[in-house]
Design a protein around this ligand. Structure first.
Ligand code: KG4
Ligand code: ZN
Length: 343
């Protein structure tokens, strides 16, 4: 069955047509330039930009596609007034085309992202449940015990900032570039040989649970920065950036190691914007290898950040279980939607 999928949860206006696990079309209009001057996503600007682009993005995704069987849309989590734009559009199309609606959790989409294929069916990889889902983005950092299709249990998550958010804030402070700063940090850390000169304290390692926290690290780097003269800042910039990135990634890896030991699951399914980072991917691969497992990532760059192809693929498994929305009124934006609480 072909599915038209829409995602407007944050700052990308995205639509795709999928068939099974294949993305037949995938269109993403990024609002990065709209928000960049503000150092973060401004909800009212996001809403307006989604409204301006949604028709065009959907039309482009639908080009040369016919015989749709359903329309999938992200219900949450995300920015309320941004989510609303995609949901409204999906409802309109569902009524006009007489197609059933499927509501998808955005994080469920990221979880399925390593299994999204291109139009030729690549990569052919299959499911081998259970997985430890590792979702690390600008808004989420969580570990999920993924035991089968649509069966999720969140076993650890950040209690404050997400990892990507911490990287973005550090980029703003140290490099004077905010949102999104993760890629710039990766480059500078690499130039510095990924050294860990400062050895910042890894947060929450002894918390006894699998939760993460990154706001303390942010404060640490802020105070360190304040304590330096301008000359020292310039001199120490690269090692500071590199040590900060190392603290963020090492904290995730160490907690994830606990999750592997605790659950006995050594296969990692990894998604979210931060995993564009090649150094972090390497760390994840070696952790899985240490426990004789493996780590799988989205196969194509466009599946790492926000996109609608992953929403369409997650929707396939909902459709197979008959999880369609019969009454449009029950589908409402759910900004704080948790995995496992879907309609
Ligand atoms: O998944 P995503 O596109 O949006 C959210 O749903 O949050 O993730 C965006 C995050 C930003 O924090 C950005 O700095 C980070 O992903 N990011 C990276 C890299 N590329 C993007 N972080 C580290 N290294 C990268 N190469
Ligand atoms: Zn996302």
């Amino acid at each position: 069955m072909k599915i038209l999928a829409i995602d407007t949860s944050c700052d990308e206006t995205a639509a795709a047509v999928t068939a099974g696990r294949r993305a037949l079309s995938n269109v993403v209009y990024s609002q990065v330039l709209v928000h960049k001057p503000w150092g973060g996503v401004v909800p009212s600007l996001a809403k307006r930009a989604h409204e301006e682009r949604i028709d065009q993005v959907v039309d482009q995704a639908l080009k040369k596609q016919s015989d749709l069987g359903a329309i999938a849309v992200t219900q949450g989590p995300g920015l309320a007034i941004a989510l609303e734009v995609g949901i409204r559009k999906a409802k309109e199309l569902s009524a006009a085309m007489n197609l059933p609606l499927i509501a998808v959790n955005h994080m469920e989409g990221h979880l399925y992202s390593p299994f999204v294929q291109n139009s030729h069916g690549n990569p052919p990889r299959d499911f081998h449940f259970p997985y430890l889902g590792v979702l690390i983005s600008g808004s989420h950092s969580e570990f999920i015990l993924w035991s089968g299709h649509l069966e999720y249990k969140v076993i650890g998550e950040t209690v404050d900032d997400a990892a990507g958010e911490a990287l973005d804030k550090a980029a703003r402070l140290l490099l004077n570039i905010g949102y999104p700063g993760g890629a710039a940090i990766e480059q500078i850390a690499q130039d510095a040989g990924n050294t860990d000169v400062y050895k910042f304290t890894r947060p929450m390692l002894r918390s006894g649970d699998l939760n993460l926290s990154f706001s303390g690290l942010k404060t640490t780097i802020l105070y360190l920065h304040r304590s330096m003269t301008e000359e020292e800042r310039v001199k120490n910039l690269k090692p500071m950036v590199s040590s900060f990135q190392e603290a963020v990634f090492d904290t995730i890896i160490r907690k994830l190691e606990k999750a592997i030991i605790q659950t006995g699951v050594n296969r990692l399914a990894v998604g979210g914007g931060v995993i564009a980072n090649r150094y972090f991917r390497k760390k994840l691969r070696s952790l899985a290898a240490k426990y004789a497992g493996n780590a799988i990532f989205p196969a194509y760059k466009y599946l790492t950040g926000d996109n609608a192809a992953m929403i369409g693929v997650a929707a396939k498994y909902r459709a197979e279980r008959g999880l369609f929305i019969m009454d449009h009124a029950v589908l409402e934006r759910t900004p704080r939607m948790q995995l496992g609480n879907s309609l």
